[in-house]
Ligand binder design. Structure first.
Ligand SMILES: [Zn+2]
Length: 96
């Protein structure tokens, strides 16, 4: 069951569960690796990638996985859809 949320609902859930989106953990639907904004920042990567791309795309020492929710499979039904204020919807990894 894929969750549909507005950006505000998504941010509120992150705050409730993690104390803020910047502390949230996201799980890759393919390999199950969990990553946070900090994991991306610490590798000089754009932290906004954390909710759509497996960190394995950038650091094979963590997981040999190149999954991206931007691909044709989306999150394979394991993620959620976030509707943005500009009437665009993105598919993102679930919280871990
Ligand atoms: Zn992965």
């Amino acid at each position: 069951m894929v969750t549909n949320q507005t950006l505000d609902e998504w941010m509120d859930e992150a705050t409730d569960r993690f104390g803020g989106i910047q502390y949230a953990m996201f799980v890759c639907p393919k390999c199950g690796n969990r990553a946070s904004y900090l994991d991306f920042i610490n590798r000089n990567l754009d932290e906004q990638l954390v909710y759509q791309e497996c960190i394995g795309r950038y650091d094979k020492s963590i997981t040999n996985c190149d999954f991206s929710a931007g691909g044709i499979l989306g999150t394979m039904g394991q993620g959620r859809f976030i509707s943005l204020p500009e009437a665009r919807t993105i598919e993102v990894f679930n919280f871990a």
